[in-house]
Design a protein around this ligand. Structure first.
Ligand code: FAD
Length: 323
């Protein structure tokens, strides 16, 4: 059955986030030959349309409005709902990022539509698409299907392998005029933390430190290993609470939820709240000097020992292998 799908593209620091391409890959499977539209909100994003076309968009809406340059819940909700009324898609896909998590339920409620959030996979059963999503903090997975009407779906980053697929119809760029009024939220200033390195939420490899690193300096060997592997550095709340690192690195129930290909936990005990943020990683390696640490129950590979001895050895070995 053909479906028309609208994907909200997400731009960060002038670049499309990789999860946008994952959403377009999902859109192509879901559409079963139907029309795929992408939307770029904000000014000056037209040069990015070609990349959306390369990943399967048949048309790209350019909603160039000054109020869309920065995310505000009411500005984006107004723009997205106006676009949905205009485009009339069957399915609306958003990245399951801070923006998507906030926007999708608002827009879905405003339009009286269903929402399947935080999807990590898409399968077919009896000819119908079925979305896979983690529940109970990643301890189990459930399958959700569409009922009648339009549906919103959010896609968790790093779960759907990106495929390039140029639209066979060519890609149209369509300016879309939005009418934004009565904004209740005004962003006056954005103060960004200057965190160098790989974006944690989309990193393929994450090296994480817990209270076992013992100090801010204790993160240095982890950063060195991350640099060699092109990885991001993450942390447990224990390490953040102890002041060893910034809270923006926190992984878990009250931090970031990530799904890298490889997660290396160093000096992290494996509390349930931490596992909620990383237990769906494809391969988990744990380094802990306590053989009874619960992290070993979810680890694919466990190293019992002192992280300050093991991490530098790993760095040295990877440096040789990758030279
Ligand atoms: P610890 O539990 O103290 O573990 C440190 C580990 O380091 C130990 O296992 C120890 O054996 C090992 N170690 C020590 N020295 C070395 C060494 N030299 N080499 C190797 N291993 C060593 N936690 C999160 O992480 N993320 C969350 O989002 C989160 N949300 C929470 C929400 C709520 C409502 C609550 C109540 C708690 C939350 N927590 C969260 C906290 C969580 O319960 C744990 O307290 C926290 O994860 C523990 O951090 P840790 O593993 O770094 O520290």
């Amino acid at each position: 059955m053909e479906r028309s799908v609208l994907v909200l593209a997400e731009v960060k620091d002038g670049k499309l986030r990789n999860v946008t391409f994952e959403a377009l890959t999902a859109a192509r499977r879901l559409s079963e030959g139907g029309r795929i539209s992408a939307a770029l909100f904000g000014q000056g994003h037209q040069p990015l349309a070609a990349e959306l076309a390369m990943h399967g968009a048949d048309q790209v809406y350019l909603a160039e409005h000054a109020e869309l340059d920065r995310y505000t819940p009411d500005g984006y909700t107004q723009a997205l709902t106006q676009l949905i009324v205009h485009d009339d898609p069957d399915v609306i896909l958003l990245p399951h990022t801070a923006i998507g998590k906030d926007l999708a339920p608002r827009a879905a409620a405003r339009m009286g539509c269903g929402l399947i959030s935080d999807c990590t996979g898409l399968e077919w059963k009896d000819g119908e698409p079925v979305f896979i999503r983690p529940i109970y903090a990643g301890k189990a997975f459930e399958s959700r299907r569409f009922a009648a009407g339009k549906w919103f779906v959010t896609i968790r980053p790093n779960n759907i392998p990106v495929e390039e697929h140029q639209s066979s119809h060519g890609c149209r760029e369509i300016p879309f005029a939005v009418d934004i009024k009565d904004l209740r939220t005004v962003v006056k200033e954005v103060i960004s933390k200057s965190l160098a390195g790989v974006d944690l939420s989309e990193a393929k490899i994450v090296i994480s430190g817990g209270r076992g690193v013992k100090s801010a300096e204790g993160f240095e060997p982890l950063q060195e290993l991350a640099d060699v592997l092109g990885a991001a550095v993450g942390a447990s709340r224990g390490a953040c609470d102890a002041g060893y690192c910034d809270y923006s690195l926190q992984i878990g129930q009250t931090g970031k939820v990530i799904t890298p290909d490889l997660y290396i936990a160093c000096g992290i005990s494996g509390a349930i709240q931490h596992l909620a943020g990383m237990s769906n990683s494809k391969v988990i390696v744990a380094i802990n000097k306590d053989p009874e640490a619960p992290i070993f129950q979810v680890a694919d590979y466990g190293i019992v020992g002192d992280l300050f001895e093991i991490v530098p050895l790993l760095t040295e070995r990877f440096r040789e292998m990758l030279a």
